[in-house]
Design a protein around this ligand. Structure first.
Ligand SMILES: Nc1ncnc2c1ncn2[C@@H]1O[C@H](COP(=O)(O)OP(=O)(O)O)[C@@H](O)[C@H]1O
Ligand SMILES: [Mg+2]
Length: 309
């Protein structure tokens, strides 16, 4: 069964077509990564699915309910992490209960027990009496996820859950998502593709309001196998190698990093020949040469290039 069916969904803001005729299916009990660059239409799509903005055209069902006719039924069954939220100057547990009381028919005691469960899931129960305004970004993101987990929803919407976090906090959130997706469907937005690669099973890629591709991560990887890959080259003169490779035009993308030179190329053989020639001409020796695989970022860039041509 599918958790979400999107049918020709469109949203215009004045003259901007934020989302255009979007069609896609999100399978139940998977982690679906809705990916694309900034301004692609990810947040707008999510807001339509959770009832925060009304579509200009088209429709969708969430857990079998129509987003136009049955938003109340949907709201009872989903959780939503917004992309941006202010830090409240309130205590973690109390404020979860207060927020929930605004829309919930449940008693205070029930909500308190839901909040306990949610805070335990994100491992903030120990500091439930701390003020949220004193939380680090990582803790605050977890608190926001706890707010989305109130009532243990079967579908979680997470808008950029890993954005603006330090590497440790990001890993913490990814581990949390890995745990949460075992028991429910997770639909997450991200513009930083390698960050979510570890947790997503399915991907939908959106660009300029339109869906570019929808597939499992596995299919996407095998589709890209024949095309470009990234390599790391460490040499006696990384800057020299970089300049020589750029002059020869054998690689599509060259970046100088801390560890060495990172390149993207469709042909390992041509790259190797070029490195040999560079050695003959300049005496720069290669001390390490390895494929660092195709991460989602490379795949994403390749797809965008294919779409253009
Ligand atoms: N409230 C709004 N008013 C006007 N334009 C908007 C609004 N929200 C989003 N947009 C525009 O719609 C497009 C898609 O934005 P958004 O859905 O936020 O993309 P993403 O989340 O992928 O970065 C962008 O061009 C953005 O400027
Ligand atoms: Mg967004």
């Amino acid at each position: 069964m599918s958790a979400i069916e999107v049918l020709g969904l469109s949203k215009n803001y004045n003259r901007t077509a934020a989302v255009s005729d979007l069609n896609m299916t999100v399978p139940a009990n998977t982690c679906f990564g809705f990916l694309g660059p900034n301004g692609a239409g990810k947040t707008t799509t999510m807001k339509m699915l959770v009832g925060l903005t009304i579509p200009t055209r088209g429709s969708a069902t969430v857990l079998g309910y129509d987003i136009i006719k049955s938003m109340n039924e949907i709201r009872e069954r989903i959780g939503y992490l917004p992309e941006f939220a202010p830090k409240p100057n309130e205590r973690a547990l109390n404020f979860l209960v207060m927020l929930a009381r605004v829309n919930s028919p449940y008693s205070r005691a029930t909500l308190k027990s839901q909040a306990k469960d949610a805070l335990e899931q994100v491992e903030l129960w120990e500091i439930r009496n701390k003020k949220v305004s004193k939380f680090s970004m990582g803790m605050f993101r977890k608190w926001l996820i706890a707010q989305a987990l109130m009532g243990n929803p079967e579908l979680l919407f997470l808008d950029e859950p890993t954005a603006n976090l330090d590497p440790m906090a990001r890993l913490d959130i990814l581990n949390l998502i890995t745990k949460l997706k075992k028991e429910r469907t997770v639909f997450l937005n991200s513009h930083v593709l390698p960050e979510v690669e570890r947790v997503v099973d399915h991907v939908g890629i959106i660009n300029k309001g339109s869906l570019v591709i929808e597939s499992t991560l596995k299919q996407l990887r095998s589709r890209m196998k024949k095309s470009k890959a990234s390599y790391l080259i460490v040499s006696s003169n990384n800057e020299g190698i970089m300049k020589s490779l750029e002059e020869r035009k054998v690689v599509d993308n060259v970046q100088l990093g801390d560890e060495g030179v990172r390149v993207l190329t469709p042909s390992r053989e041509k790259l190797w020949v070029a490195l040999t020639e560079i050695y003959a001409e300049t005496g720069i020796t290669v001390t390490e040469f390895k494929e660092i695989g195709k991460d989602l970022e490379d795949i994403f860039l390749s797809i965008m290039e294919e779409e253009k041509s």
